[in-house]
Every structure is written in C-alpha cells, then in structure tokens.
Design a binder for this molecule. Structure first.
Ligand code: DGY
Length: 321
C-alpha cells in the first residue's frame, strides 16, 4: 500500500478536523498554533504533498515560487483566498481550494451583530458598564440609531451577502444592493438593484460590504464614495480590510460624516491602525466572522474533502486554481 500523503497544517485546527487529518494523512499539526515565518513554513514543506493553510499564511508569488516541488496542493481553511497568489500557483501547477458556503451563516451573524452594535453603541455601553462608569439612566443617555425602517445597502451579493440579506428581513429594513449582476428577486431577498456602487450609496443609511478582496476591490470604499453616503450613515465590514480606504474611513468617523462603523476586518491584522482604538463610534471585533465551533468544524471538513479529492485523482469541489 502506498504511503499516505504528507500534509503540513498551518495553524491549530478543531479537534475533530485534526483527528480526521491524523487518520487519513501523515499530518504535521501545529499544536502550539504558532504563526510560522515564511522560511520555516517552506522548510517544513520540504517533501510534503500539501499545505492546509489559513488566511494568516501569506502565499504570495515569491513564496509560491519557493515551495518545494513535492507540494501539489494548498487547501485553504477559508473562503477568502486573497492571501494566495492564484496566478503563481497555477503557474506552478499547484491546486488551490477554499471553503465556500459553510461559513455564510456565521459571517452573516457577525454582520448583524456589527450593524446592531454600531447602531446602538454596544461597545461604548459595554465599556461604560464594565468600567463602573454607568451613573444613571436618563432619556438623553447614549442614544443610538434605530435600524427599523432604515435602508440597508449591500455591496456584493455572493453567499454571505445573500445570507445577510435574508437574515435582516425580519428587521423591517429596506434592502438595496449592488452586485456585478442583478439577481432573481427571491435570491436578493427582494432588494432593489443598483447597477453601480455610485448609484447605490445615496440609498444606504447602513452599508455592509460583502465582496472579495481583489486588485479591483482594493480601497473600494474611498473618500469619494463615502461622500455619496447620507450623512450619519453606518458602515459594516465583515469581508476584508483591503476593500476600505482606512484613512478615509477614520476621517469620516471623526467628522461625523459616518455615525459609526462595525468592523470585523482590518487592513493590517492584528496590528490595526491605532486611530480605531481611539474612536468610540467604532464597534470592532478581531476577525470573528467564521468563529463558531460548528463553522470551524465544517470549514476543516470541507478543506479535507478537497484534499481527499486531490489525492484520489478527482477534481476538488472548491478548486480556485
Ligand atoms: C475566510 O474564510 O475568508 C475568513 O475570513 C477566515 O479566514
């Protein structure tokens, strides 16, 4: 019987996923959950068949060029693949996969949490109570923005955007969206389609971003576009930090052009711009979109289904390169 393929695992994975990895592969796990430096990762991959990577493992073109010849596949434990240079991987004949679908509900839940948290000043309130600084109740105390009856605009109606659109239906918001193509009404939760982002923005009391990070979407939400939002709008980002011009966002949060932002993702994680920490009107989380037990298990199993297919000589279901 031929030897089981060798899989190097970038980060600590859920127990059940690691158990399956250990059963089906010669897996090199990362019990300490240490972020390997590029040189160390490449050294570990010497003689290995595949890498099971998270978005924390940057696989840029230079790194991919240096991967040992033995590496046949990069199975990502993520739906986003902006950390992998897909063109370089294709050039090297390395199969790349991701984990779509299984994290849409969890990520949409975080978008909902961020939208409500930013609108109702949940971060500020929590900090106040925790610090023992809550002195009394008054009709003028910590007023926020109600979401009911407001307009919510979505940029990007992929799996997460569509899931979020359906999730907010019970909130009594009017839904607007921009996507590369108009969707059938039911898929878009009966949202109103806008052909351009510029057309959409004036209709957004709340704006939630759901597009992938690509060279085309880099700094997609910039100063010119923020200016098109109604005054006092609230921005939510659960997609990637790269799609927001953070200088422009910080400036708009300072002037009050934007009432608040709910952010789960940042340009330079985890070393985020210090200005965000000083802004009370930012409700922020440390990239928790898919962070539920159920979803992380499902992401791991999906990544393994893809690897199994590669080593069985089948086309993996979620091949992106
Ligand atoms: C994803 O799957 O892209 C999440 O952001 C976690 O990496």
């Amino acid at each position: 019987m031929s030897q089981k393929p060798i899989v190097i695992v970038g980060r600590k994975l859920p127990e059940a996923v690691e158990a399956r990895l250990a059963r089906d592969y010669r897996a090199q796990l990362n019990d300490e959950d240490r972020l390997y430096a590029t040189d160390e990762l490449i050294a570990r991959l010497e003689g290995a068949d595949a890498l099971l990577a998270c978005h924390t493992e940057r696989m840029d073109a230079a790194t991919i060029e240096r991967l040992p010849k033995s590496v046949r596949a990069i199975a990502n434990f993520s739906v986003g693949v902006d950390h992998v240079d897909l063109t370089a991987a294709k050039r090297r004949g390395i199969v790349v996969t991701n984990t779509p679908d299984v994290l849409s509900d969890a990520t949409a839940e975080i978008a909902l949490l961020l939208m409500l948290g930013a609108a109702r000043r949940a971060g500020e309130g929590e900090r106040l109570v925790r610090a023992g600084a809550w002195k009394s109740w008054s009709p003028a105390f910590m007023l926020g923005t109600q979401v009911t009856g407001k307009r919510l605009g979505l940029i990007g109606m992929g799996r997460v955007g569509r899931t979020f659109a359906h999730m907010v239906r019970g909130l009594g918001m009017q839904l607007h969206y921009h996507n590369r193509r108009r969707l059938p009404a039911e898929q878009a939760a009966n949202g109103i389609y806008h052909e351009t982002i510029e057309d959409l923005l004036p209709h957004c009391d709340f704006l939630s971003l759901h597009c992938p990070a690509t060279p085309e979407t880099n700094d997609l939400l910039n100063a010119q576009r923020i200016a098109l939002l109604p005054d006092g709008a609230i921005v939510v980002n659960t997609a990637r930090g790269a799609i927001v011009d953070e200088d422009a966002l910080i400036a708009a949060l300072r002037t009050g052009k934007l009432a608040a932002a709910g952010l789960d993702v940042f340009k330079n994680e985890p070393d985020i711009r210090p200005e965000f920490r000083g802004l009370d009107n930012v409700f922020m989380l440390p990239h928790l979109g898919s962070a539920t037990h159920e979803t992380r298990d499902a992401m791991g199993f999906r990544a393994l289904d893809n690897l199994d297919a590669v080593f069985a000589g089948r086309e993996p279901g979620d091949r992106v390169a």
